[in-house]
Design a protein. Structure first.
Length: 357
């Protein structure tokens, strides 16, 4: 059984001995992929790492990063998309040692800014794409993990990333007739890119997202606005014999049956209470063993704050609850920056011991 934690950003940067600014922003000189690989290799863990096909930007859209403010502790950067209809600006604060956050989202007026948003969809994925980065990373990782590629991102997820979850929820209430056509255009583009990614040799397609969490939206919204695109992506991936994994952070239990029904192959990160609402044993009873479960190990209360014995017991409990078939014991969200190294070693050893067939 793989021991495959989420080393998204904070832990590998801390482990590298460098700061966030070395990896992100206008003065970045380091590769986050290399930092992730180094951390996986150091602890003898299986890599779970993103590396997809590169696509050309939309026609007529140019990107610029501008420093808005800077001191010894943080840099504020405006990520500007210059479109033929005007600029879309995402303002992000990058602390030197902590995670970044957006303080301004690019869409300020869902009606007035829509012509600019439409420019982001004026793209031809058949031209200017390159699978070389994907293949190079897959060759690096080999059998020591899984390289996943993005695809199956619903229009609601995309819109919330442009608007913020709070404003996005209000937009659904106030402007759904305006949003649905633009979401459908985005999803058609997403399907085209996913098809090209599958044809390029992707081994896993990874969709969904954190904004589609049932901590933010209702099961009814999930079924109405998220599930149709998930279903189409699953069918597309299966035509190419590529597994499709779906991310749904926070509360997820009410969506698991829906995802199993449309043929999703894997779901993650299955956050337990209090982070989410996943009862792993009950989830397995509801959806069976054909769907792969990825996650469920509490990254805060177990890995960050617990003892090595707490970690071992957590891994054991997960395997007993879900069974060994169709299970990858991973972290329920990304590994925290200050996670003790002895806890990661205990995690690997416990997976090796309790996950044996």
């Amino acid at each position: 059984m793989p021991a495959m934690p989420d080393f998204h950003l904070m832990f590998p940067i801390k482990f590298s001995g460098r700061s966030m600014w070395d990896f992100i922003g206008p003065n970045a000189t380091e590769s986050i992929q290399e930092a992730r690989l180094a951390a996986f290799e150091h602890f003898g863990l299986d890599a779970w790492i993103d590396g997809g096909v590169e696509f050309a930007p939309p026609r007529g859209v140019e990107h610029e990063d501008r420093i808005e403010g800077e001191d010894d502790e943080r840099i504020t950067i405006d990520h500007v998309a210059h479109t033929p209809k005007g600029d879309l600006v995402t303002r992000v604060v990058y602390p030197k040692w902590e995670g970044a956050w957006a303080v301004e989202y690019p869409v300020q007026d869902p009606i007035g800014d829509m012509p600019k948003v439409e420019c982001l969809l004026d793209a031809d994925p058949e031209r200017g794409n390159s699978a070389q980065p994907l293949r190079a990373l897959q060759e690096r990782v080999g059998e020591r993990g899984a390289v996943f590629s993005g695809g199956g991102r619903p229009g609601l997820e995309w819109w919330f990333s442009l608007r913020s979850s709070q404003q996005g929820i209000m937009d659904v209430h106030d402007h759904i007739d305006v949003l649905l056509p633009i979401w459908r255009r985005y999803e058609e583009l997403d399907l085209a890119r996913t098809r090209i990614t599958c044809e390029s040799g992707a081994r896993v397609v990874y969709g969904g997202g954190s904004y589609t969490s049932l901590s933010l939206i209702s099961p009814g919204w999930y079924e109405r606005y998220v599930l149709p695109h998930i279903a189409r992506t699953a069918e597309l991936c299966h035509r190419h014999d590529v597994p499709f994994a779906v991310q749904i952070n926070g509360r997820c239990s009410a969506a698991l049956g829906m995802l199993a029904r449309v043929g999703v192959d894997a779901v993650l990160p299955l956050e337990p209470r209090p982070l989410g609402d996943c009862d792993l044993a009950e989830a397995r009873r509801r959806v069976g063993s054909d769907m792969c479960f990825i996650g469920n190990l509490d990254p805060c209360n177990a890995l960050l704050q617990g003892s090595p014995e707490d970690v071992r017991q957590g891994v054991k409990t997960i395997i007993e609850a879900a069974g060994k078939r169709g299970l990858i014991v991973s972290t329920a969200d990304q590994t925290a920056r200050d996670t003790p190294h002895e806890n990661l070693r205990a995690y690997r050893e416990a997976v090796e011991e309790y996950g044996q067939w």
